[in-house]
Design a binder for this molecule. Structure first.
Ligand SMILES: Cc1ncc(COP(=O)(O)O)c(C=O)c1O
Length: 375
């Protein structure tokens, strides 16, 4: 039995997928973002459940992730959001893995390889409408499309962009991005491309900007049960998918004046019962939670006292009756009606739930619950 482990509730994932479905038009399709090991939730089992729930596309960031999905038998169209390196393109074409394109040299490489394979290579063009990160700048799109038009063996399947602040209450900048995106779509059509899929909405976009749904939406975080922000205009009922658990490995009663942990950053002020748990920053449990975080034991909150170390944390359980060694503690998730949320942990660590999931999800021991498929 592991000392600490992560549980992934696939029924909660299916519930969240249905929430996406309910927030979009029946004809709008869904690309499930499963990059970064499905935000730490396990890419292949998550992708299988999404496929079973009638998700239309899968989105990863790198080629090897797409290849792993194909090897696991997933047949849905896969989009590689960061695009492909030329040396990955032959295999990608053979497996119908579609890159996002934003560089003309990559477009030319893809075209050459498609011609060699006597196939049409499908791809999606990314336009930068204001994120300032990845994508063809809007003012260069015309030149890009003109050059693309000359390339044989190519099938422009989609045009995408990405919102920078769709999760903020003020939608002014998102509206501006949306207007630029529509301009980009218009231009692409003027060049004679038939854009089957226009897509710009992440979770926040699909919830709060229904006018930005087009043919495809790309939810990530909401599938994993975390709202994209506290400022959403349209509330949504999500179920957290990830739980982190550990077993108490030692209980001890210490006297007043006992320093706890590295650096002696906490000293007991009275007789205190300390439970030691085998979780640390090596398990993705941030050191920022030192003297700030809490865990659940017997359904009650036990505050972290002292520093988070590489493999251990210490919590004060003086107020909790009958805590024993080997009791189960919940560090993220629910226990007997109480909850430690990813948003709470993120706030304490001055980050976002996305990073909390990616960090904790790297756990060596992951248990999948309520899956449609045998593990
Ligand atoms: C291009 C792209 N689309 C969609 C998403 C999903 O965003 P969210 O998790 O906020 O729904 C991401 C996530 O980072 C992304 O990079």
């Amino acid at each position: 039995m592991p000392l600490n482990w992560v549980e992934i509730d696939l029924a909660a994932l299916r519930h969240n997928f249905m929430q996406v479905r309910q927030h979009i038009l029946p004809e709008t399709q869904i690309l499930g973002v499963v990059k970064s090991d499905a935000y730490g939730h396990g890419m292949v089992p998550v992708a299988r459940e999404l496929a079973q729930s009638r998700c239309h596309f899968l989105g990863v960031s790198k080629y090897w992730e797409a290849e792993k999905l194909r090897k696991a038998g997933l047949e849905l169209p896969i989009i590689v959001l960061l695009g492909l390196e030329p040396e990955e393109m032959d295999a990608a074409i053979a497996q119908d893995i579609r890159p996002v394109l934003y560089r003309m040299d990559h477009a030319r490489s893809l075209s050459q390889r498609a011609v060699r394979h006597q196939k049409k290579a499908s791809f999606h063009v990314k336009v930068d409408t204001g994120m300032g990160r990845l994508g063809v700048p809007l003012e260069k799109l015309s030149t890009f499309l003109g050059q693309l038009k000359e390339l044989p063996g190519m099938h422009l399947e989609g045009v995408l962009s990405h919102f920078a602040v769709a999760d903020e209450g003020d939608k002014t900048y998102s509206e501006l991005q949306l207007a630029r995106f529509k301009e980009a779509l218009q231009l692409t059509r003027e060049y004679g491309f038939d854009v089957a899929y226009a897509h710009i909405s992440n979770s926040a976009g699909l919830l709060d900007l229904p006018q930005a749904q087009f043919q495809l939406v790309r939810p990530g975080i909401m599938l994993y049960g975390s709202p994209p922000s506290d400022d959403l205009l349209n509330p949504v009922t999500l179920r957290p998918v990830m739980t982190l658990k550990a077993r108490v490995i030692q209980i001890k009663k210490v006297s007043a004046g006992q320093p706890i942990g590295y650096g002696r950053t906490y000293t007991t002020s009275k007789v205190t019962t300390i439970a030691t748990l085998p979780v640390g920053y090596d398990d993705g449990y941030s050191r920022h939670l030192s003297n700030k975080g809490a865990v659940l034991i017997k359904g009650q909150r036990a505050p972290l006292v002292g520093r988070v170390s590489m493999n251990l944390i210490t919590v004060d359980v003086t107020h909790i009756q009958n805590v024993s060694e080997d009791d189960e503690a919940v560090l993220l998730g629910q226990q007997e009606g109480n909850r430690i949320s990813a948003e709470e942990i993120a706030r304490l660590c001055e980050t976002i739930s996305y990073e909390v999931f990616c960090s904790l999800g790297r756990n060596r021991h992951r248990r999948f619950l309520n899956g449609t498929f045998p593990e």
